[in-house]
Design a protein around this ligand. Structure first.
Ligand SMILES: Cc1cc2nc3c(=O)[nH]c(=O)nc-3n(C[C@H](O)[C@H](O)[C@H](O)COP(=O)(O)OP(=O)(O)OC[C@H]3O[C@@H](n4cnc5c(N)ncnc54)[C@H](O)[C@@H]3O)c2cc1C
Length: 439
């Protein structure tokens, strides 16, 4: 089992233990007589749902020790699935409680207690809002950064009302030590949001960067070069990414993840290549040299296994950026291992770094395979969309043992490549993928 899988499983096991433990902790020194099994179950589910919520805060707090080596997209998938489960557990709590004892419906009646009813209606609406806006953000047309802000506010609200509910009902949490435990856990979870949104940006404000150049690339991409101001720069591994904020202050809603495109050997000159995709990236070409920038990173597990003898990159469109960093780093380190790159894009002219890639061929043991969707006049290489046969040809040539496969590109290419590599017997641990589209 690889380190990545081990750490992922350890993390999942730890979460399962914490979630399952909460009802048992609540039940310590407590007399259950007089309560039906259904009611006890509803309360247990409520405690478990709340614990699952707390862990959601940890999952998104950008800690490198949480499942180290796990990619951002995997963590976000886990966050999404765990969020749906937490919603199910929390929603089951009132439904089962009312089924067990119909009188509990009064909890939602403002005539019985205005404050309590308001809080419970508010938390119910917040739960529905957080779930639906996460599942159907694009359908509702919510801009990503506003969704991210609302997501954090709603999550904090749910955790806070959850705590007040637990303490006010107090049936299982009457002991002072239990009240302290639930309060500390909720405070820690909410504190993690502050850590990500306030403390991390503050830390990055102490290590600012300056945009040195903004260069137009083929297609609709731009390369930003940054240099550190008053510090030696960021040490990262080729293939990783950072959260980039532009402007005078790091506390901005507009904080976007970008893969390092430059060599890891040159932390004093960091480059990102950004494709115009949405509202924020559309303005990237207008960024002026001299603009202040802040980086939070490095993050990500899209890196080369040092033990691999051959490294095969499969890139589509702007997904070339982390692979470019890997190749540039290999060149700067005089890496003598075999490298291969399949680079698919709409056209030959829209391929960024094409000239440099041709040069890299002479500086590294690099097989370069360019795959334009449409063949330009005079092009005698392959063309078209990558197919299962394209991936098969890579496996036939570079094998399944000692070869690392790194995939980054549009979702259809990534799905195809991952599926085909696994079908051809490439071990899962030898495949790394970076998805730019995480939500
Ligand atoms: C690990 C990683 C590395 C990336 N590396 C590159 C790169 O090297 N070059 C490049 O051009 N693009 C890269 N991207 C994609 C880039 O982050 C998005 O294109 C950019 O954030 C879009 O912002 P927008 O406001 O212009 O577009 P929008 O239209 O607002 O968003 C388009 C999509 O981008 C994603 N997105 C938007 N804002 C954010 C955000 N703040 N945080 C996370 N995701 C967001 C969402 O999935 C959204 O649906 C990377 C993404 C990830 C996750």
């Amino acid at each position: 089992m690889t380190r990545v899988m081990r750490s992922g499983r350890t993390w999942l096991a730890a979460c399962a233990v914490i979630i399952a433990a909460m009802p048992w902790i609540a039940a310590i020194d407590h007399d259950h007589r007089g309560r039906s099994f259904l009611l006890e179950t509803s309360i247990a589910l409520g405690f478990m749902g709340l614990a699952m919520m707390w862990l959601q805060f940890a999952l998104t707090a950008r800690f490198r020790w949480i499942a180290p080596g796990t990619g951002l997209d995997t963590l976000m998938q886990l966050h999404r699935q765990a969020g749906i489960s937490a919603f199910g557990l929390i929603a089951a709590h009132p439904v089962l409680a009312i089924a067990a004892r119909p009188g509990f419906v009064d909890f939602f009646d403002p005539r019985a207690s205005l404050a309590r009813a308001l809080a419970l209606w508010l938390v119910s609406l917040a739960l529905i809002a957080i779930l639906t806006s996460s599942l159907w953000r694009r359908r509702f047309g919510i801009p990503y950064e506003w969704w991210r802000l609302a997501h954090a506010v709603l999550a904090v609200l749910i955790a806070a009302i959850g705590l007040v509910h637990v303490l006010r009902v107090g049936f299982y949490t009457d002991a002072a030590w239990k009240q302290a435990l639930w309060t500390v856990c909720t405070a820690a979870a909410v504190g993690l949001v502050l850590h990500t949104r306030v403390v991390r940006p503050w830390l990055s404000s102490r290590r600012p960067y300056r945009v040195v150049s903004v260069t137009r690339e083929p297609g609709t991409s731009w390369t930003l070069e940054l240099e550190p101001v008053g510090h030696p720069g960021l040490r990262f591994q080729a293939g990783q990414f950072a959260w980039l904020t532009l402007g005078d202050r790091p506390w901005s809603l507009q904080q976007h993840p970008f893969s390092f495109a430059s060599s890891a050997e040159r932390p004093g000159r960091i480059a990102f290549t950004v494709k115009e995709l949405g509202d924020w990236t559309a303005g990237i070409g207008k960024v002026q040299p001299g603009t202040r920038a802040f980086l939070d990173g490095p993050y990500g597990a899209f890196t080369v296994d040092p033990a691999a003898r051959t490294i095969v990159g499969i890139a589509g469109g702007v997904g070339i950026t982390p692979l470019m960093s890997i190749l540039r780093t290999a060149r700067d380190r005089g890496d003598t291992r075999q490298f291969a790159l399949l680079y698919a894009a709409g056209s030959l002219d829209s391929m960024v770094y094409r000239e440099e890639l041709e040069t890299l061929r002479n500086q590294l043991p690099l097989d370069l395979m360019l795959l334009p969707r449409e063949a330009p006049p005079g092009w005698d290489g392959p063309s078209g969309l990558p197919t299962a046969e394209t991936i098969d040809a890579l496996v036939d040539r570079y094998g399944t043992g000692g070869t690392a496969y790194l995939i980054c590109g549009p979702p259809p290419l990534m799905d195809l490549a991952e599926r085909r590599l696994l079908a051809r017997g490439v071990p899962a641990r030898a495949i790394r993928a970076e998805r730019f589209d995480i939500a």
